[in-house]
Write a protein that binds this ligand. Structure first.
Ligand SMILES: [Zn+2]
Length: 80
């Protein structure tokens, strides 16, 4: 089905697994034709880190206690 763009040979590509992705190599001229990239590469690490970022959680806890502290001061001032 695939025609090599370099040597124009028909069905000369052989599927090879390399670095987690499937590539096709022409058996005549060794032209590399990438077929599919593994799902590993598609998943962006940025999205994974957002939900489990420990620094972000610490910042939220610090903000929470800061607001609780301010709230307590306001309550004490109103009580006088
Ligand atoms: Zn070729």
């Amino acid at each position: 089905m695939n025609k090599c763009p370099n040597c124009l040979a028909n069905n000369s590509f052989t599927k090879v697994q390399k670095d987690g992705s499937v590539i096709e190599i022409c058996e005549y001229c060794n032209t590399i034709n990438e077929v599919t990239t593994a799902t590993k590469a598609i998943i962006t690490p940025e999205n994974k880190l957002k939900s489990t970022d420990p620094v972000d959680t610490v910042v939220h806890v610090v903000y929470f206690f800061f607001f609780v502290f301010i709230f307590c001061i306001i309550i004490l001032l109103l009580d006088q």
